[in-house]
Design a protein around this ligand. Structure first.
Ligand code: SF4
Length: 220
């Protein structure tokens, strides 16, 4: 399995090159982006983050102090803005009250402990927690998303019914625990899922994985 997973990574890397995620100017912006990107396109998240930036609200203190309606207004482009404003508020308040507003303090601990703390916050599920841990704190954890499940199911490595933790464990069990590798691997999966292994009409004839793909030749 290790050889297969590394082989897929190398093929995707050859096609797309290093993607250097996450597109953010600071770890706090990574976290805000990870919360806002739930169920929406990244372009909408960028607009919401830009609004927060212009309003000088891209900080834990401001996200606690601003009226919730104002946070909602600023992040409206990201969709589900009421729910997401609450989630940002919950995270920011936790950071302020438990860690004095310091991300360094929040993220300074063994991976499993920090992950558990994040998962206890309302609105932070495993994908968001792992995105924060990997991209804001460079912990060697693997982010699983819908692209991961789709691509690796089509390749015949998953059956598509596994729980989040099972998919994450598969990658963690067979790959070196290297945050650089996990950073690039997840970014490559997203790129491949968006541009080639699309939900409808995947571009199999142009895919660098077609010779090892179960779906290819057996679509539907
Ligand atoms: S061959 Fe088709 S289904 Fe398989 S990974 Fe490539 S794009 Fe996806």
């Amino acid at each position: 399995m290790r050889k297969t997973l590394v082989g897929i990574y190398e093929r995707l890397l050859k096609v797309y090159g290093q993607l250097h995620w996450w597109p953010a100017k600071s770890p706090f912006e990574v976290i805000v982006g990870a919360i806002l990107t739930q169920n929406t396109a990244w372009s909408n998240v960028e607009k919401a983050i830009r609004n927060l930036e212009v309003a000088q609200a891209l900080s834990p203190a401001m996200l606690v102090d601003l009226p919730l309606a104002e946070v909602e207004r600023l992040i409206q482009p990201s969709g589900y803005f009421r729910q997401k404003a609450q989630r940002l508020r919950i995270f920011a308040r936790h950071l302020m009250e438990r860690h004095g507003g310091s991300l360094v303090r929040l993220l300074d601990g063994p991976l499993d402990d920090v992950r558990k703390e994040l998962l206890e916050l309302k609105g932070i599920g495993p994908e968001t927690a792992d995105s924060i841990l990997l991209y804001a704190a460079h912990f060697p954890t693997f982010v699983v998303d819908a692209y991961t499940v789709r691509i690796f199911s089509r390749l015949g490595i998953l059956d598509g019914k596994e729980k989040y933790g099972e998919v994450r464990d598969l990658f963690l069990a067979h790959l070196p625990h290297d945050s650089f590798l996990f950073n690039e691997y997840h970014a490559l999966i997203v790129e491949h899922g968006k541009t080639c292994c699309r939900k409808k009409k995947p571009l199999c004839n142009a895919c660098s994985l077609s010779d090892i793909c179960f779906y290819y030749g057996h679509p539907g």
